[in-house]
Design a protein around this ligand. Structure first.
Ligand SMILES: [Zn+2]
Length: 311
């Protein structure tokens, strides 16, 4: 029997970006609405905890944490599309902590415990030593490193956001204990994610990139998952599956040019959950990343909840 919890907070609206920025506070309103609807139907929604410096430093450099902390109380521009507002550092720290809250539930709960972590800003572009692409701290990497510190021998991260998860890739690039799989439009922002990027040193073979042409649709993407992603997971035998669940590969999304439908996301998520049943007793933590059409974001999250709530 599977049980799903949502990790959610009203605080995620307090990271403010300039008017017209796609990663906008209204996204947090969608996340909260989805959590409230789940709660109204009797679902369990838990509050996240803040990541400590120690938690962040498992994947980030001290210099990076210091640089983001230095933005507290201020509105700053980090690069042409990455901004902070006075509360952004705390909100990003809460997003990283929220993934840890989800991981703790997946590890400490009964078999089949799943968590959907509803956070912004996204995190998968943030590298060990820099913020970029709307991301300040790499929340899913902080969560995976926390799982490792809790005794998880192997963690698989699958990233189906339309953009390559460069931050997560580089953080674990030489690490054989974390399998990182990313499917993404290619070539596209941030430019990395070629199939030839497969890890380095001990980590060689523990990074799998699945580049997709602009215009790719559900059937092609689902086939890649069946032929490449699920077999890689089976070979790796993770103790925990984490998913960078970005929904900007949706056909409605204003940033990406992939053509996935809500039903496609539903089936893809279900395939991952099903593999996790066999491999890691159903322990799964899904974490929001991108997804900039508010209706598509909401519809996809509702589908993820539906398939994650089903035994
Ligand atoms: Zn994205």
């Amino acid at each position: 029997m599977n049980s799903l919890v949502l990790v959610s907070s009203q605080r995620f609206v307090d990271h403010v970006t300039p008017v017209g920025h796609p990663e906008r506070p209204e996204r947090a309103e969608v996340l909260s609405a989805v959590a409230n609807a789940f709660k109204a139907l009797g679902g369990e929604v838990i509050e996240p905890r803040l990541a400590t410096d120690e938690d962040l430093l498992r994947v980030h450099t001290q210099e990076h944490v210091d640089a983001i902390v230095a933005t507290r109380g201020k509105a700053t521009l980090i690069d042409e599309d990455t901004f902070t507002s006075p509360d952004s550092e705390e909100v990003a720290r809460l997003a990283a902590g929220a993934v840890m809250t989800g991981v703790a539930r997946a590890l400490d709960g009964p078999k089949g415990s799943r968590a959907l972590v509803l956070v912004r800003p996204p995190g998968h572009h943030a590298e060990a030593d820099r913020a970029m692409g709307f991301c300040l701290y790499n929340s899913i990497a902080v969560g995976a490193a926390y799982a490792r510190s809790r005794g998880c021998a192997r963690v698989a991260i699958v990233d189906y956001d339309v953009h390559h998860g460069n931050g997560t890739q580089w953080i674990f690039y030489e690490d054989s204990t974390v399998l990182f799989v990313s499917s993404h439009q290619y070539p596209f922002y941030p430019g990395t994610g070629a199939a030839s990027e497969r890890g380095r040193g001990e980590g060689l073979g523990f990074t799998l990139n699945v580049p997709l042409d602009a215009g790719a649709r559900d059937d092609e993407i689902e086939q890649k998952y069946a032929e490449l992603v699920i077999p890689a997971m089976r070979q790796f035998k993770p103790d925990l599956l984490m998913v960078s669940a970005g929904f900007d590969a949706h056909e409605m999304d204003p940033l990406g040019q992939l053509r996935m439908t809500t039903e496609g996301f539903s089936r893809l998520t279900k395939a991952l959950l099903s593999a996790a049943e066999d491999l890691c007793e159903g322990r799964v933590v899904l974490v929001t990343e991108g997804g900039y059409d508010l209706d598509a974001l909401k519809a996809c999250l509702q589908e993820v909840i539906r398939v994650s709530s089903t035994p």
